[in-house]
Design a protein around this ligand. Structure first.
Ligand code: GLU
Length: 290
């Protein structure tokens, strides 16, 4: 049997903190425990926020922690053609449509709806895209595209859920409410998610799913902040005919005030901890992996 495949997939848009260390160490330990492989993926599709110095720092910090990964590292920015091919498959199924609004226009559309009553929000707390407000005829869409107007591509969630009903996943870890085992997915809670942004021909959801399949990831170990997004990932996997990995979501490391760590938080940065004289063993103890 092929060995299990794990991956750690940071975005180089800041320096790693204790939460990343925990996630990376869990992946590394799990891979070692079960004779598996550990791959690294740099999620650098957001050209406005990702920087080469953060990527270099990721390699340095992980190596300092004692983590070893296979090379070559997969850098998402080098694989846009793979995401385009997946988008094309979803378009052929009739599940993708162009959306032309700017962020400000979407905010105005949502505000108008919220003035009339409660408007649904996704599991991260962002208002759902008001798709019914923006539906254009096929002719209008073609005219706008021909005129060079920039557009994002969104998933027609209702159609996608009809196409792939009853999706679920196998949770080996735990969700925020103690969910484990077979978890029914509720991708509709996210509305018509973006599959390709105006400035880049993919999105987090699309590229993570394509890459996990191309890298052969069999057990996805990552933070509970991505637990509910797994519903979208599983839906896309089913629509694209990709294999189903198992998921192991882990608790998040929080600061003293109980907040999720951010990449700008100085006291919990790995570099700062190292500069302050902490050892990799101390980092392990700090995140509860003593
Ligand atoms: N790049 C994502 C992050 O840094 C992680 C994606 C994943 O593990 O699925 O939060």
């Amino acid at each position: 049997m092929a060995p299990p495949v794990f991956r750690f997939a940071p975005s180089p848009n800041g320096f790693l903190h204790l939460g990343h260390a925990y996630s990376a160490l869990l992946n590394f330990d799990r891979a070692r425990e079960c004779g598996g492989r550990l791959l690294l993926r740099i999620e650098d599709i957001d050209a406005t926020r990702c920087r080469p110095e953060f990527e270099t720092a990721i390699y340095e910090d992980l190596a300092w922690l004692g983590i070893a990964w296979e090379t070559p590292v997969r850098r998402q920015s080098e694989h846009l053609a793979d995401y385009r091919a997946a988008l094309e498959k979803l378009s052929v199924l009739g599940l993708v449509y162009p959306a032309f609004e700017s962020r400000a226009e979407i905010a105005r559309l949502v505000a108008a709806r919220e003035a009339a009553g409660p408007w649904p929000r996704d599991p991260d707390g962002a208002p759902l895209y008001p798709s019914e407000a923006t539906s254009l005829s096929a002719d209008e869409r073609s005219r706008l595209i021909a005129s060079g107007a920039p557009y994002a591509l969104r998933l027609d969630m209702a159609a996608a859920c009809r196409h792939a009903p009853g999706v679920s996943w196998n949770e080996l870890g735990e969700g925020p409410d103690g969910e484990r085992g077979v978890v029914p997915a509720r991708p509709e809670a996210w509305g018509d998610v973006v599959l390709a942004r105006k400035e880049t021909p993919t999105s987090y959801h699309l590229s993570v799913v394509v890459d996990d399949a191309l890298q052969g990831a069999s057990e996805i170990v990552r933070g509970q902040d991505l637990f509910y997004a797994t519903a979208v990932h599983r839906l896309l996997q089913v629509l694209l005919g990709l294999p189903e990995p198992a998921y192991r979501h882990h608790r998040l490391i929080r600061d003293e005030a109980g907040r999720k760590l951010s990449k700008s938080g100085r006291s919990t940065g790995l570099r700062e901890s190292r500069a302050a004289g902490l050892t990799p063993a101390a980092i392990r103890r700090l995140v509860g992996l003593g």
